[in-house]
Ligand binder design. Sequence first.
Ligand SMILES: C[S@@+](CC[C@H](N)C(=O)[O-])C[C@H]1O[C@@H](n2cnc3c(N)ncnc32)[C@H](O)[C@@H]1O
Length: 308
Amino acid sequence: MSNIEIICGDSLSEIQKISDESVDLIIADPPYNLGKEYGNSSDRQNFDEYLNFAKRWIAESKRVLRSTGTIYVFVGFRMISYVYQILESDLNMNFVNWICWHYTQGIGKTRGFSPRHDDILMFSKSRNYYFNLDAVRVPQKYYRSINNMRGANPGDVWEFSHIHYCNENRQEHPTQKPEGLIERMVLASSAIGGLVLDPFAGSGTTPRVCQQTNRNCTGIEINPDYVSMIKSRLSKPFIGFDSIDPRMERVPNDLNDPQVRKEYLENHVNWFLENHPNQEQQFWLDVVHKYNKANDAPQQTLFEIKYD
Ligand SMILES: C[S@@+](CC[C@H](N)C(=O)[O-])C[C@H]1O[C@@H](n2cnc3c(N)ncnc32)[C@H](O)[C@@H]1O
């Protein structure tokens, strides 16, 4: 069971109330200052105001992080160099990764290239930061005896499509993030029972992921309508996260030895689809599709493949 607290208020003043070194992970997705409509003027500040606000909430974030803690900051292209400098030069934090979130579809451009990614800066408070690679590995493409079949490092380019309007988890929020994207941060950079802070909670993606992965979470959101949205989202039954890295579902090629295949398949769901029960059926269909053909066993049923 996790403890999820949603606070309606301004992140700067609310973070100031949090004790020093009490938070394991911060996932911050602030307004990019691009004029988005969040029911307030938070995304339309002048440059100096925005920069000053960024300096203050990031400094407070560093204060509340434990020495093993990590912060992920979503940053728009106009501000990224300034935010990088705040984290590295002003606050002397430890650079870990510059992550590219490839969202596959979006608005088109006719003079220039259509934007298809967002940037996420990952910094830790010290060099001794928590990182659980096994929790976020992705399936190998091929079976090879030299490959670690527990999975590969996902890398720093992450593909998750936006949550489409037809997705049943789609919220009435202009910048809702995919749960699969936040899941990766939470699993890699916090342990079960740890405390995650989201100072710009929006539609509640981080609190929802924490609720389903047994982390505690404090979410801060200034717009009371979004706070109600988060509370309603948290009360919904869970059928699996609303998005997944397409690699998680892939069935490795060359699992031709029946014993090797059996051992691998017994593990795949636990290793890669634990929080995605809604994707399991498609995975087993892909297994049947790939290995019935390869092994000339057209009568084999889904059940036999899974449990044989
Ligand atoms: C980019 S959105 C976050 C989206 C969120 N990650 C999600 O998946 O839904 C930024 C949010 O920050 C909120 N916000 C803006 N200024 C704020 C402030 N000073 N304190 C707290 N929340 C703020 C906005 O209302 C908006 O919902």
